[in-house]
Design a protein around this ligand. Structure first.
Ligand SMILES: *Cc1c(COP(=O)(O)O)cnc(C)c1O
Length: 472
């Protein structure tokens, strides 16, 4: 036998020791380092933009070079005071399982290639449906995020509504078809539009429905829009969790109206569907189980590492018909639906391990607590704005989203950049109903009361009049 030191694997212990040290450095430093990166993308390019080396080097040297080059450009977004976009961190069990997914390097394309990864996805998928109040027999495709989940679900929808009028879109394409109309609110997420472009439907397929001041669909206008559509195959896309306000469409009413017109009803609930996992927020998703498909993320509110989203479709056949491919060298399982029949991808990493681990380590009560705690932090943040001179809360804080504006757009932008530069916390901007706003999304499992208090203090400093108290 070859001695261990001579095998290609001999370098792993030393390499993994260094991975461990770098990982601990990063993770334990998260609460204390400035949240913003110290290098912008230009500085990162300057540090990295070298010619491809002619010759290789030891893996440890490469790891050291990577850590040194990227360190200044890392955003502490997995930490407790990052509130930009809708950004979760990673609960420890999910992070650990994702590390193992990389180490095991399974190809989750097929159950023949990765039986364990496939089984884990089927079980985690069932747990997800159970937690979120979705039909437990649904098919769950593990995709990269809600963008791809919206695309995947809407592909199943396109298949189903065209099949009902005798059109096989997988074979015949769209040219010459009766077309598909997508009825959705003005405040929908932009990934719905992009999904329709991927699907060849185009944004021209959208029939817009009016929304109210919080971004919620106006059900009377939904009826009006549905009624003018005639016999065109129709998909209704509802929103559970507006990306700015956190508001919810009336899922029960919207779904029933869509179904009364023969439509397929899809729900974009990238983060908002998680309200269904907690007793005090569940009412927001009342009726959610009546829809036909749902897009939801793992990497936002569940706090799994990137990339993790779920395309959930009540009728597994509709999803499988739209995603399956026939190939001479592929054998499908007769026990489960293979993963490449549920997602647009073929070869891919086993992203289900992290999801299974997050759900198992948190349990039903842990997920509920994560949702309720972050919502409580959002309410605390919003209430504290009364102590920040000039700050206006623009939305009803129904879940974890808070929109704050100052006297005018220029002032709001100035406060936001001062907050970002301060480094205590970090968040991002948006526009809501014609006004620039600062968005806070409290989505991280590790955010504590003290982090919220420190963030309010930082905002107070950022908003202090120049030259006035605190502005010196
Ligand atoms: C974030 C988000 C998406 C897109 O999700 P990704 O995970 O970024 O692909 C879609 N819809 C809503 C409502 C979102 O908040």
């Amino acid at each position: 036998m070859t001695a261990a030191a001579e095998t290609p694997y001999a370098g792993y212990p030393g390499l993994l020791d260094e991975v461990r040290a770098h990982a601990l450095d990063w993770l334990t430093g998260l609460p204390d380092r400035p949240v913003r990166p110290s290098a912008d993308v230009k500085a990162c390019l300057d540090a990295l933009d070298r010619e491809l080396p002619e010759h290789g080097e030891d893996a440890r040297a490469t790891l050291a070079a990577l850590v040194a080059a990227v360190g200044p450009g890392l955003m502490a977004s997995p930490g407790p005071r990052f509130f930009g976009w809708v950004t979760g961190g990673s609960v420890p069990a999910a992070m650990a399982a994702d590390l193992m997914a990389v180490v095991w390097d399974q190809n989750a394309v097929l159950s023949e290639a990765a039986p364990a990864a496939t089984a884990v996805e089927r079980v985690a998928g069932r747990w997800l449906c159970d937690l979120l109040g979705l039909p437990v027999g649904s098919a769950v495709g593990f995709v990269t995020g809600a963008q791809m989940a919206n695309f995947t679900c809407l592909a199943a929808a396109r298949h189903a509504v065209l099949a009902r009028v005798g059109w096989d879109v997988e074979e015949q394409g769209l040219a010459g078809s009766p077309g598909v109309r997508v009825v959705t609110g003005r405040d929908r997420h932009s990934t719905v539009d992009l999904a329709l472009r991927y699907l060849g439907l185009g944004t021209g397929a959208i029939a817009e429905v009016d929304t109210d001041g919080e971004g919620r669909l106006d059900l009377r206008d939904l009826d009006r829009v549905l009624a003018v559509g005639g016999d065109v195959p129709t998909v209704v896309s509802l929103a559970a969790g507006n990306v700015n306000t956190g508001s919810y469409d009336d899922l029960r009413g919207g779904t029933d109206q869509g179904h009364a017109h023969g439509a397929w009803v899809h729900v974009d609930g990238a983060f908002g569907l998680w309200a269904g996992a907690a007793p005090t927020t569940r009412h927001h998703v009342d009726g959610v189980e009546r829809a036909d498909s749902w897009a939801v993320d793992g990497h936002k509110w569940l706090n799994t590492p990137y990339d993790s989203g779920f395309a959930v479709v009540a009728d597994p056949a509709a999803l499988a018909e739209s995603m399956s491919q026939a190939s001479s060298y592929v054998t499908y399982s007769d026990v489960v639906l293979d993963s490449n029949r549920l997602t647009p991808e073929s070869s891919r990493r086993a992203r289900g391990f992290a999801v299974w681990a997050a759900l198992r380590s948190l349990g039903r009560s842990g997920v509920a607590d994560l949702v309720e705690r972050t919502c409580r932090h959002a309410r605390t943040l919003a209430a504290a704005m009364s102590g920040v001179p000039g700050a206006d809360v623009l939305n009803q804080v129904v879940i974890n989203q808070v929109l704050v504006a100052f006297a005018d757009d220029a002032r709001t932008a100035a406060v936001l950049s001062a907050l970002q530069a301060d480094g205590t916390a970090y968040t991002t901007g948006t526009r809501w109903r014609g006004r620039a706003a600062i968005r806070f999304s409290v989505s991280n499992w590790s955010t504590a009361d003290a982090d919220v208090a420190a963030t309010v203090d930082a905002l107070r400093r950022a908003a202090a009049p120049a030259g006035g108290p605190g502005g010196r």
